[in-house]
Ligand binder design. Structure first.
Ligand SMILES: Cc1ncc(COP(=O)(O)O)c(C=O)c1O
Length: 432
């Protein structure tokens, strides 16, 4: 069945029109609006395992998995049962629960370097709070981030590079005060020389360096081992807090995340997505010595009405248990690699300049000759061709991220038949 819009407006179209009357742009998060690929966003009615269905009843193989969280597939029976069990006991208390201790213990057990953790409700809160804590701990205001990494929408992080290495960062969003952006230095991802130069110039002013060690917000771009190693040694040398933003890559590139992948320990780690199992939960944590500066023990304020929400914690805790099943990550990584390799082979057959890459349950698709290592390299890929491919796949019932600047996600529910169906659809798309 094709999704091509006929002259009769589809339910998706009608809903989009209606949505735009009361919701800015018709969506509650910009990428959902399909602005970069064009066309009508699909309004999702329900999901199950590796699939979701839109308002017109069309089924899609889902390769965004709610942008990462749905690692065990949608509506996993054990996650559903865990949620149902707590639902009847109350939705939110604003007072501590035993389940919060359980998820904190589980996270600290799994994630290297994490001695203490504070739950929040979104990745944005996690990175914003981690930065405040790092600044409070080091008593330094300047932070460093990297072009193409997304860390949520806190003011300090919606910043792009100034005209030169030593110039102030500039806001990327209206409403972000220049006075805040000026404390953020933005460097090129995977550029060790620029990092060294920045530390040489103002190393004693840098409170924190925040990085997606495996970036998933400029398509998939892996940090090089040299880059990650340099981050660790320079932060240690200059007394800056190294923050790994693993909101996306945590529990995705492997059970223990990027720290284990690179054999490097961060001072603080931000988590989200998978730890909520599809519910609003995120966290930041790290060394006890740093975490001890957080209220109520310390002087860095941070709080949240819904932090550690019992329903979200139940979904997250069960998801964390499921991903520790023996062989879970071997299988997930193999399925994801099979997808990436199958798509690459299909493109080669049709002589389309296309490469794909994967790590754990994350993948990247690039209409380019080689796998990019920075945001600038991603921008050089053929975005128009990606947009055409996206719509061809959508018409064939495959939902990839609606932007060439996003990574994709595979779940443990994506079996061989589903991957093969995807590759077959891509072969037809490439051939046309
Ligand atoms: C690496 C990273 N950090 C932070 C965030 C922000 O998380 P949230 O959307 O939950 O605020 C995201 C969201 O995609 C992310 O990918």
């Amino acid at each position: 069945m094709s999704n091509t819009q006929s002259s009769t407006p589809s339910r998706n179209e009608a809903l989009f029109e209606r949505a735009q009357r009361t919701i800015p742009g018709g969506v509650n998060s910009p990428v959902r609006a399909f602005r970069s690929v064009g066309g009508t966003p699909r309004f999702i009615e329900r999901a199950q395992g590796p699939y979701f269905w839109d308002a017109d009843g069309q089924r899609y193989i889902d390769y965004i998995g709610s942008w990462g969280p749905m690692i065990v597939g949608h509506v996993h029976p054990e996650v559903l049962e865990a949620v149902e069990r707590v639902l009847h006991k109350g939705f939110s208390f604003g007072a501590p629960t035993e389940a919060e201790i359980e998820i904190a213990e589980e996270i600290c057990k799994i994630v290297p370097s994490m001695e203490q953790v504070r739950m929040v409700s979104s990745g944005t809160e996690a990175t914003m709070s981690a930065l405040r804590l790092a600044r409070g701990y080091t008593k330094r205001d300047r932070i460093v981030k990297f072009e193409g990494c997304y860390h949520g929408h806190a003011d300090s992080l919606l910043v792009k590079a100034g005209s030169g290495l030593l110039t102030f960062g500039n806001p990327t969003s209206a409403g972000v005060p220049v006075d805040i952006a000026k404390h953020t230095t933005v460097l090129e991802y995977n550029n060790v020389a620029a990092l060294e130069e920045a530390f040489k110039a103002f190393g004693d002013e840098i409170g924190a360096v925040i990085v997606e060690p495996v970036a998933g917000n400029m398509n998939l771009v892996k940090g090089s081992p040299e880059f990650i190693g340099a981050l660790r040694s320079l932060c240690t040398k200059h007394g800056a807090v190294l923050i790994f933003d693993e909101v996306m890559c945590g529990f995705r590139v492997g059970l223990k995340g990027a720290q284990a992948l690179y054999g490097v320990e961060a001072d603080m780690v931000c988590l989200g997505k998978v730890i909520g199992g599809g519910m609003p939960a995120a966290a930041f944590g790290g060394r006890r010595e740093i975490m001890d500066h957080l209220a109520p023990n310390g002087t860095v304020y941070q709080a949240g009405t819904l932090s550690g929400n019992p329903v979200a914690v139940a979904a997250g805790l069960k998801t964390l248990q499921l991903i520790q099943a023996p062989g879970f990550y071997e299988k997930l990584a193999a399925q994801t690699a099979r997808l990436a390799q199958g798509l690459s082979a299909a493109a080669r057959e049709a002589q389309v300049p296309f490469v794909a890459d994967s790590v754990g349950g994350m993948f990247g698709l690039y209409f380019a000759d080689k796998i990019p290592a920075s945001f600038a390299e991603v921008t050089k890929s053929d975005i128009a061709r990606f947009n055409r491919f996206f719509h061809q796949m959508l018409d064939a019932g495959v939902y990839f991220a609606p932007s060439a600047y996003e990574a994709g996600f595979v779940s443990s529910a994506h079996d061989d038949a589903i991957i093969d169906e995807t590759i077959a659809a891509a072969r037809r798309a490439f051939a046309s």
